[in-house]
Design a protein around this ligand. Sequence first.
Ligand code: GN1
Ligand code: MG
Length: 358
Amino acid sequence: MNEILKHFAIWNEVEEPQPLRIGFINDSFVVPAKRVGETSYCLQRINHRIFKDVEGLMRNIEIVTSHIREKLLIAREENIERKVLHLIPTKEGKTFYRTPEGEYWRLYVLVEPATSQEKVTPMSAQLTGEAFGRFQSQLADLPFNALCESIPNFHNMEFRLQELDEALEADAAGRKAACTDIIEAINKRRDEMCLAERLFREGKLHKHINHCDTKVNNVLFDEKGRPICIVDLDTVMPGFVFSDFGDFMRTAANTGLEDDPNLDNIHVDLEIYEAYTKGYLKKATFLTDLEKELLPYGCRLLSYMQTVRFFTDWLNGDTYYKIAYPEHNLVRTRAQLRLVEEQEKVADEMAKIIKKLS
Ligand code: GN1
Ligand code: MG
């Protein structure tokens, strides 16, 4: 790995990289500084089986981080290094290094001291709502097509259902027969869940630059539980704003885990929902009435989308997500499906909260 590091324009001495167990997709390593007070780094191998257009993805990240950095500079913010990711270029001035074997690596300045969380409190949820509202606002003046889709159709529900249909058709792992209840639950919601794509085609809904992976553990918090930096920018791309809102709620406003084996643990935490919404609406001042109205829908949509994606991977024989045990994708599917059902039960309350806070 030191062979890899050699290609980046690092200005201080560092220790041996240590594996970091985060995310289901890339491989990450911490590269500690040799001396206290100097810069440490985060080295990542980009999963190019999943991200087929690494150049496009890295261009997206560069556009977004420099746009945000510029905004922070204009606002004369302090500690900018901790507030936006900083890519270290290679010695040839590129944002990533491609090995002769075709692996892709990139290097960030490590944001520290910072921790990630699996769960938030109402207090940190409100601040995190502000952080994501600010993030979207900072990017709202970039034309949505300034970025490419680093994974084509990533949050397109029609496309995800098409992928599911192909997986059902192939039934590669022979797992379909035991899952008729899941298939039925997915099918009866298909129409409703493709609403956003229809509204977009009708010209009623616009796309903005979104993060597209706003789960709780993609936010770094300081020692007081305040969000400092939004990380994991692989999927920044054009999308619907409520999809970022919904993806956060999927992980934060859920009393259970994303992969909770005990479905009775799973309920919507309306207190977290309200706190996050409050912070988010305060900063996301560019939202249209329709976009605001669709926020609770976005929550159901993202849990449903994740149900479909985990289930597709289960049917395909676990080819996409890293798993921790053989039935993991099935357990994840059932947990996300239960969350959809729970969100449906409180849909009216969720809408009332939006009205109250708008
Ligand atoms: C993946 O890499 P990670 O764990 O942050 C996935 C997201 C899913 C998420 C489910 C590129 O995110 O879309 O919502 O798992 N990322 C990609 O937890 O597929
Ligand atoms: Mg990710």
